[in-house]
Design a protein around this ligand. Structure first.
Ligand code: ADP
Ligand code: MG
Length: 273
């Protein structure tokens, strides 16, 4: 299953969620590939790849038709592989925009490796740019991370509507797997109001599990590690573990077949770290 993490905004937890959901899935024994489609390469850096070692990257696959199997990297986790990002992805965004066919290039490029994985996670740039559109065209499902703040919540429905329109235009509509509340900070009343608002407006589309603000999650990228390697006992690690479980349930491929325990869900929403 190919899943894109998309948002028009930066700083909403797309990369943190891509990296740590991919890690959580891999730790459950699911073969997972993370593809970094952002020219800022945050996901690649978060997995400890040095800037001098970014090439060959997703840009080579998209612009120079490098074969995906030749650019796969191993990571510190057994079942997790990576296709790196690169600054060249900025030009890929322009090049791919020249024709509708090019938007399908990502889907075509991933086809030979798709059977090797249970999950392919696409970390997208902070816009609905051509690269994000290419990701949505390749994806079966998409996830929308949102920070519980007024303007962010305001933009969610609009984003989902835009993605639906894109689907109509290109003849492929990935389904919304869910909206993920990230960086939830219950020390403010605004947070409580906006969490309630997004749950009222979007109902079941919102994941039950919430990712609380957690300093360990913010530190992990600088260490070049996933949260499970950086601090497996943190609430951040627990949140992404439960989020991966709910993701599997929502996509109908649960390996346990149980509902996420409400009690546990609430436990992750407690204090940090
Ligand atoms: N739950 C969290 N708690 C604390 N910091 C977080 C959390 N999620 C993300 N961050 C930090 O917030 C910043 C933006 O997150 P990121 O995942 O890079 O967003 P995006 O990919 O949407 O731009 C990063 O510095 C990241 O480490
Ligand atoms: Mg990012």
């Amino acid at each position: 299953m190919i899943t894109a993490l998309v948002s028009r905004k930066g700083g909403v937890g797309k990369t943190t969620s891509s990296v740590n959901l991919a890690a959580a899935l891999s730790l459950r024994g699911r073969r997972t590939l993370l593809v970094d489609l952002d020219s800022q390469c945050s996901a690649t850096l978060s997995l400890g790849v040095d800037r001098s070692a970014f090439a060959p990257s997703a840009a080579d696959m998209l612009l120079r038709e490098a074969d995906a199997p030749d650019i796969l990297r191993r990571t510190g986790l057994d079942n997790l592989e990576l296709i790196t990002g690169s600054v060249d992805l900025l030009s890929a965004d322009i090049e791919l925009g020249r024709s509708g066919w090019h938007r399908r290039r990502l889907k075509a490029a991933l086809e030979p490796v798709a059977p090797l994985y249970d999950h392919i996670i696409l970390d997208c740039p902070p816009s609905l740019s051509v690269l994000s559109q290419a990701a949505l065209l390749a994806a079966d499902t998409f996830l929308v991370p949102v920070v519980p703040q007024y303007l962010a919540v305001e933009g969610v429905q609009n984003l989902i509507d835009s993605i639906e329109r894109l689907g109509d235009r290109f003849g492929h509509s990935p389904s919304l797997l869910g909206i993920i509340l990230t960086m939830v900070d219950y020390r403010t009343r605004e947070t409580r109001e906006q969490v309630a608002r997004v749950r009222r407006l979007c109902g079941d589309q919102v994941f039950a599990v919430e990712v609380r603000i957690n300093v360990r999650l913010a530190e992990a990228p600088a260490a070049g590690k996933t949260i499970f390697e950086h601090d497996p006992a943190s609430t951040g690690a627990r949140s992404y573990e439960l989020l991966a479980e709910e993701m599997l349930l929502r996509s109908g491929c649960s390996d346990r077949g149980s509902e996420p325990a409400r009690e546990e869900t609430e436990a992750t929403s407690s204090t940090e770290p």
